[in-house]
Design a protein around this ligand. Sequence first.
Ligand code: ATP
Length: 353
Amino acid sequence: MASVVFQDVVKKFGTFTAVSDLNLEVRDKEFLVLLGPSGCGKTTTMRMVAGLEEVTAGEIFIGGDRVNDVLPKYRDVAMVFQSYALYPHLSVADNIGYPLKIRKVPQDKQRQMVMEVARRVELDGLLDRLPKQLSGGQRQRVALARAIIRTPKVFLMDEPLSNLDAKLRVQMRAELKHLQHELQVTTIYVTHDQIEAMTLAHRVAVMNKGVIEQLGTPRQIYNDPRTLFVAGFIGSPPMNLIDGEVKDGVFTSLGGVRVDGLGSANAASAVLGVRPEDIHVLPAGSEKTNVMAPIYSVELTGESTLVTLRAGAALLTVRADKNFVGDFDQMVEIGFAPGRVFLFDRQSQDRVD
Ligand code: ATP
């Protein structure tokens, strides 16, 4: 069993608080993603687990053991970094086998284990090469192979795919997911890429300014965002957020967006949130119209068409059918999917519906 538990963990650099009051349990065998914008404290959190950064206050437990005072090399975690951190003068085989060498595993056994793990990540034909003779994706595989050659209690992965091109990133993402399923090792994975988080994680912890704003499955985070920050951060293109007021369950914006049936919500300064995929273009003259607005731009992405409308001061993005055809300034009628409209309080940033 190797859960990772953070209890009231704080990390300060001088007077600056990078992580405040973190309470989180990463379950045994779980793939947990720390997701958030640059500077929110993800890497610092991970480095505290590895022992590369001391905690200012609070406690960290790995597999039930308090590790605050345990040296990094005795924590039994394996890290994979964005930069791969390979030894340039060592061959692929020696890079992969390095953790075994420092643990003085017999040479024969080392060779056998290197072969096995290299086969698993499809590097078995490249074992004699130096890192500089490899592509980015192959280097990434070497870093991964070096991490999985022994079974640590925990994998710590810090943006491991961010140096790869888009196509390779998608391919490695699937491989990572499969690997984790096979190895069943507790994994903490840091990224600022919400698609990576949604596709890989059992649970996602969305971080902002040193605090976890929401913890949940990808589905929960997408379908039930509890704060304005989480709502705006998850989803591509992002959720439409429109300022206005809500009185007795009726939302109105300056631009003429009017949505009723929002319960008994009241807020003088509210934000209405609706995802592009939850707005539908309606046939002209439809009874269900929420908004009629002129087209600002139309972009065909392949699987759908993104239609941006001008609703007063706000721009509203709609994910329409791939066959949608429309011209600049043409008026379009749209409706919002029932139950898929969220209300937030502008001041507190929390959900109010
Ligand atoms: P990124 O995605 O850019 O790596 P992050 O979410 O991983 O961001 P951290 O690296 O954890 O962010 O940094 C959190 C905050 O702590 C940042 O504001 C950063 O400037 C600050 N910080 C990190 N390390 C130090 C340090 N050694 N000394 C001072 N401030 C630091």
